[in-house]
Write a protein that binds this ligand. Structure first.
Ligand code: NAD
Ligand code: LMR
Length: 328
């Protein structure tokens, strides 16, 4: 048996946690031969519900689930963590933008960043899901400067999946036929789903969908607003699809990306595409299984550049809003 991988999950008693944890414990994310030790983190009011989640995980008798720790103590929760999935935070309600959550959620990521730096394993990698995830990730990363910036990620895979599904439906093909679907910018209503560089069955999207007005209009708008549409329909924000996207993000970062494809992840900019260094921005990403890099040389049209810039501008605004949470 391999040594267990230690996975910390915040907000473990929440909706996303409920979908995500059994999939981690079953071996779906880290491998069918990889034991997992779970460290589940909640705030005090969530501890009772978390106790029920732990009971259910135990009742699954997962062969690969080595141990479970449930705690509201951050240092205990991140102790020895190889992966930290930062889900815990308040979701938005109908009528709100995700950045309206910064005032309430931003400060959570100060203490979590600091505790990760103090307590996690040397090879820690972090995925932030809690919204607004790009800027929350920026806050955590800046409060843990001893951890290399390439270990920090925020989730835009759900937007990638939504964009793929929308293109496949319009083209009358399968989701799996859509590749190179890049999300540029923020996980917000300014995100840019790049239909100009995506492919359907290896060919430009416009060959299957010769409807530029739809691509520039409803397609982009619907992907940008999909989270809000789910809140309007369910009365709660996306959870199963969010958990699935988190799972896919981690899996993609842990394996080599096929050379003819990429995935969308928000990472610390290295200055690529003119984005301010250190801003947590979504780009097309390729991984070699251990490290990942921003795909270089993707051509953006004037239309694409303007959309991307709008989203980057929003990230800069969000950064300014949380300047008091970013150590100088
Ligand atoms: P939820 O309200 O069901 O669960 C959140 C859990 O986090 C609760 O159990 C709460 O007690 C806990 N929590 C709150 N503050 C905490 C803290 N400081 N430390 C630890 N736990 C804390 O919400 P959810 O539906 O699971 O969503 C969680 C977050 O994920 C929200 O911010 C939501 O907007 C976001 N989200 C992001 C994406 C994405 O694509 N990036 C997709 C869906 C949801
Ligand atoms: C989503 O995209 O579904 C999540 O970010 C939740 C939300 O607030 O829209």
């Amino acid at each position: 048996m391999k040594n267990p991988i230690v996975v910390s999950v915040t907000g473990a008693a929440g909706q996303i946690g409920y979908s995500l944890l059994p999939r981690i414990a079953s071996g779906e994310i880290f491998g069918r031969d990889q034991p997992v030790s779970l460290r589940l983190i909640e705030i005090e009011p969530g501890m009772k519900a978390l106790a029920g989640v732990v009971m259910e995980l135990n009742d699954c008798a997962f062969p690969l689930l080595e141990s479970i720790e449930a705690t509201s103590d951050l240092d205990h929760g991140f102790d020895g963590a190889n992966w930290a999935l930062l889900v815990g935070s308040v979701p938005r309600k109908a009528g709100m933008e995700r950045k309206d959550l910064l005032g309430i959620n931003g400060k959570i990521f100060v203490g979590q960043g600091q505790a990760i730096e103090r307590s996690a394993a040397e090879d820690i990698r972090v995925l932030v899901v809690g919204n607004p995830c790009n800027t929350n990730c920026l806050i955590a990363m800046n409060n843990a400067r001893g951890i290399p910036s390439e270990r920090w990620h925020a989730m835009t895979r759900l937007d990638e999946n939504r964009a793929k599904s929308a293109l496949a439906e319009k083209a009358g093909c399968h989701n799996r036929d859509v590749t190179r679907m890049a999300i540029w910018g923020n996980h917000s209503s300014t995100l840019y789903p790049d239909f100009e560089n995506a492919l359907i069955n290896g060919e430009p999207v416009e060959k299957s969908i010769p409807d530029r007005a739809w691509l520039e209009g409803d397609f982009i708008k619907n992907v940008q607003q999909r989270g809000a549409a789910i809140i309007a329909a369910r009365g709660l924000s996306s959870a199963a699809s969010a958990a699935h996207a988190a799972l896919e993000t981690v899996m993609s970062l842990r394996k080599t990306t096929p050379s003819d494809d990429w995935h969308s992840v928000a990472v610390a900019s290295d200055g690529s595409y003119g984005v301010e260094k250190g801003l947590i921005c979504s780009f097309p990403i390729r991984s070699n299984g251990t490290t990942s890099e921003i795909v270089q040389g993707v051509e953006l049209s004037e239309f694409g550049k303007a959309k991307f810039q709008q989203s980057v501008n929003e990230l800069l605004e969000e950064k300014a809003m949380v300047s008091d949470l970013l150590p100088k």
